[in-house]
Design a protein around this ligand. Structure first.
Ligand SMILES: *[C@@H]1O[C@H](CO)[C@@H](O)[C@H](O)[C@H]1NC(C)=O
Ligand SMILES: *[C@@H]1O[C@H](CO)[C@@H](O)[C@H](O)[C@H]1NC(C)=O
Ligand SMILES: *[C@@H]1O[C@H](CO)[C@@H](O)[C@H](O)[C@H]1NC(C)=O
Ligand SMILES: *[C@@H]1O[C@H](CO)[C@@H](O)[C@H](O)[C@H]1NC(C)=O
Ligand SMILES: *[C@@H]1O[C@H](CO)[C@@H](O)[C@H](O)[C@H]1NC(C)=O
Ligand SMILES: *[C@@H]1O[C@H](CO)[C@@H](O)[C@H](O)[C@H]1NC(C)=O
Ligand SMILES: *[C@@H]1O[C@H](CO)[C@@H](O)[C@H](O)[C@H]1NC(C)=O
Ligand SMILES: *[C@@H]1O[C@H](CO)[C@@H](O)[C@H](O)[C@H]1NC(C)=O
Ligand SMILES: [Ca+2]
Length: 721
């Protein structure tokens, strides 16, 4: 026994004994009896009647007295000093009871004390957790971040929060509907915070399912034991469309006169209290946009489309720790064009050369102007108009410009250099509202294209000879300097036989022989000559700066003597070679291609002869070295250009013939004396047929009836009488 008792009732004793037993067994060295002093006791709640302790009395003390928070349950037996409970303590009602205990003598005077006796009530898990509400409702936005709570549930447990009895853990028991393998929502088991799961962040879509019912539970004992208490509640969740959406492409008119900054859009985070910010990836020196803490996006300065026509950047939201909240939103801005750029005209003088004889309607050039405004819009549509023409003779509308293309045309054929050698035009170029002036388009009239006479030159003319002078503008008019002319042989002279030099003062061109002419190589040249203005063309301006002329150069042949292939022909022979030995062959050719004949001159010893046709030289007699060791003669080659007339002397080598086409006839009866002419001829010379002799065939009948005689000594008359 741990202690003794003197006057306990049966029930009390029973309790006391079991308490004592328990204390002895479980708490080992706890003294259940002892002198009066300050003491702390720990008593589990709800255990019923029991003895806590027994104070021992020391004389002169004979009894004890307890005061304080006895609450009708805690008291002390005065005579025995037994501290006991007459009922159950409840931790939830009063976890600590503070008492004062004194010892008294016979007369009731305090001997010792008061001492502080404190009874700590120990909690037991006698309360289930309870949700604050039977039913919770919450709203979640589509695409909310996973794990970002949008609502909380909360439960309480009346047990001692320092013990597992009130340690609560939350979980989701049911999830209606639950269309995916993983739940769309999750709950923090400690805080009761409900958030979308990763799956939910991805799949939640009010179009598909906008309401979910969760059954959440809460357990005490940290959910660790089977006999933990469990309670549950319904959570109704509504899914709403995401607020966090990128606006459609924003269009901002450039160079606007509004007061900046200008609100151009607004974005809304799904989460409250976020910090909005912009960032861009284009590495611009400065982003002309800003955002405020309500998500309103501003353009901060006027934009210039011609400088940059689109912007792309992101809006982000951060929490107060700088962590990203929503996925970055991509913002697109298009800068819209306004007509804020005037057309740009070339300021430099544009020179167009036109030939006098150009047809009406001829395209003589295209004028160009540019506009920085957006291509393909009215803001950059340019229109051309002739402002003035100086001089306005012979008419004020000699030129026409195509309004949309800037193509300049002649309206008539009335250009005449005698009236005006040049015109200056002012052309007005307009866009939808602004304009520029293309100043002084000088149109120079040129006559180069009028054909020159053909030139005939002898092939023997020396290099450098001027064969023709040409003039592109007019020799009578002084050069202006602004239109120096550069002539070139464009066609018909592959070997650069001709060259053209220009007098820079007069712009006159001199066509000269650059390489020796040769009738045999080329007897006619069809030269095409261009006259160009070599001034650099104004960039972007195109015009036809050349004009052309053409003429023929006829080269005449000059009879040139034959030419030997060698200047000296040499041969060595022995003096004893026989006569008619071939010594050498000389050869000459004639530039005109005529046949060459050879002869020898200075052959004083008559040793050699030459075949005049072949040029073969033979020995003509016996040579004698003792008379002359080296023998020099000249070979002459001449062209056979004269007609050879070989007169042949006739011989009588043709028989005479009667002219058979002539048949004489006579009328019967013959009166006598009738006659007829008979003629004869032959191919020989006249002197021969003058002596034709006629005779009758040698038979009797003929000789008796016919007679033949000669008339005038020349013609032969055959007569029958
Ligand atoms: C009783 O407990 C209180 C609080 O823990 C403490 O201050 C006091 O010293 C204790 N008394 C005794 C006698 O142990
Ligand atoms: C509560 O959640 C934490 C982290 O999610 C987990 O480690 C722990 O085991 C959970 N407790 C219970 C009782 O489910
Ligand atoms: C804006 O427009 C004005 C005329 O309205 C013009 O003078 C100015 O050059 C323009 N600015 C830009 C940047 O285009
Ligand atoms: C900013 O402009 C948007 C539309 O562009 C509008 O919806 C919003 O209400 C405006 N915000 C403010 C603060 O003016
Ligand atoms: C242009 O014509 C004017 C007269 O109309 C004349 O004085 C001037 O010299 C001419 N200029 C050229 C380059 O031909
Ligand atoms: C030049 O010669 C050609 C033919 O040889 C002839 O057709 C042309 O009319 C001549 N030109 C002139 C200007 O005489
Ligand atoms: C140009 O030279 C080539 C080679 O020397 C010659 O064959 C040709 O006939 C020449 N042409 C003219 C047009 O002189
Ligand atoms: C000028 O026009 C002629 C004929 O129209 C053409 O052959 C020539 O190439 C043009 N010259 C230039 C420089 O455009
Ligand atoms: Ca409890």
């Amino acid at each position: 026994m741990c202690g003794d008792s003197r006057h306990p009732s049966a029930a009390f004793l029973h309790s006391f004994l079991s308490l004592s037993q328990a204390l002895c067994q479980n708490l080992g060295d706890l003294h259940v009896t002892g002198p009066l002093k300050d003491m702390n006791f720990s008593v589990p709640e709800g255990g019923g009647v029991r003895v806590i302790y027994q104070f021992t009395s020391e004389p002169p003390a004979v009894s004890f007295r307890a005061t304080g928070e006895k609450d009708g349950i805690i008291d002390i037996v005065p005579k025995t000093g037994v501290l006991y409970l007459s009922g159950s303590l409840d931790w939830e009602t009063k976890p600590v009871h503070r008492l004062q205990v004194e010892s008294l003598d016979e007369k009731g005077n305090v001997v010792k004390g008061p001492y502080a006796v404190t009874i700590y009530v120990e909690d037991i898990n006698d309360n289930p957790p309870q949700f604050d509400q039977i039913k919770y409702t919450g709203v979640v936005r589509q695409n909310s971040r996973p794990g970002k709570p949008f609502m909380h549930v909360h439960a309480t447990d009346r047990d001692d929060p320092t013990t597992p009895h009130a340690q609560l853990t939350y979980s989701i028991l049911h999830h209606f509907p639950n269309p995916y393998a993983e739940m769309l929502f999750q709950i923090n088991n400690v805080t009761g915070a409900i958030s979308p799961s990763i799956t939910g962040s991805y799949y939640l879509d009010p179009q598909k399912q906008d309401t979910f019912t969760l059954v959440v539970t809460v357990k005490d004992m940290a959910g660790m034991t089977m006999n933990a208490f469990t309670s549950s509640a319904d959570v109704i969740i509504t899914v709403k469309e995401s607020l966090w959406k990128a606006p459609p492409t924003i269009r901002i008119q450039e160079n606007s006169t509004q007061i900046y900054p200008v609100n151009i859009s607004q974005v809304h985070s799904n989460e409250p209290g976020v910090i909005y910010d912009l960032f861009e990836k284009e590495k611009l020196p400065r982003l002309p946009f800003s955002i405020d803490q309500n998500g309103v996006i501003y353009v901060t300065d006027p934009l210039d489309r011609e400088e940059k026509d689109t912007y792309s950047f992101f809006v982000v939201t951060k929490d107060n720790k700088g962590e990203l909240v929503d996925k970055p939103l991509h913002i697109h801005v298009i800068v819209e064009d306004i007509n804020d750029n005037p057309p740009v005209c070339q300021q430099a003088l544009t020179v167009i050369e036109v030939q006098e004889n150009e047809d009406e309607g001829s395209n003589i050039g295209t004028l160009l102007a540019t506009d920085m405004d957006k291509e393909g819009t009215l803001n950059s549509r340019l229109q051309f108009k002739i402002g003035s023409q100086v001089p306005a003779v012979p008419a004020s509308n000699l030129f026409f410009i195509q309004q949309e293309t800037g193509i300049l045309q002649l309206t008539s054929r009335s250009l005449n250099r005698r009236i005006a050698s040049n015109y200056s035009l002012k052309v007005l170029v307009t866009d939808a509202g602004m304009y520029c002036l293309l100043l002084y388009i000088r149109i120079i009239l040129s006559t180069l294209a009028s054909p020159y006479h053909n030139v005939t030159v002898a092939e023997s003319l020396p290099v450098g000879t001027v064969i023709l002078e040409i003039q592109a503008t007019d020799g009578d008019e002084p050069a202006t300097g602004s239109s120096y002319i550069f002539y070139q042989v464009k066609e018909g002279d592959p070997n650069n036989t001709f060259i053209i030099e220009t007098d820079s003062e007069t712009n006159r061109g001199f066509v000269k022989i650059n390489k020796a002419l040769d009738f045999e190589a080329a007897s006619v040249y069809n030269l095409v000559i261009s006259a160009t203005n070599p001034e650099p063309l104004v960039s972007g301006v195109q015009y036809n700066s050349s004009s052309f002329t053409s003429f023929k150069v006829f080269v005449t042949n000059v009879d040139e003597p034959p030419v030997f292939h060698k200047t000296v022909y040499k041969a060595e022979v022995s003096e004893d070679i026989p006569v008619n030995t071939l010594v050498m062959t000389v050869e000459a050719y004639d530039p005109e291609g005529d046949t060459v004949r050879y002869s020898l001159e200075g052959d004083v010893r008559k040793w050699l002869r030459i075949n005049s046709i072949t040029g073969q030289v033979y020995t003509a007699s016996t040579l004698d070295r003792e008379q002359q060791g080296t023998y020099t003669v000249e070979v002459v080659a001449s062209e056979l250009s004269k007609t050879l007339i070989l007169h042949l002397h006739d011989v009588n080598d043709n028989p005479p013939q009667l002219a058979m086409d002539y048949t004489p006839f006579f009328c019967h009866p013959l009166r006598g004396g009738e006659g007829a002419f008979i003629q004869a001829a032959d191919a020989d010379e006249h002197s021969y047929y003058s002596t034709f002799t006629f005779s009758l065939a040698d038979d009797m009948n003929t000789r008796n009836n016919w007679e033949i005689s000669t008339i005038n000594g020349k013609l032969i008359k055959s007569n029958y009488q």
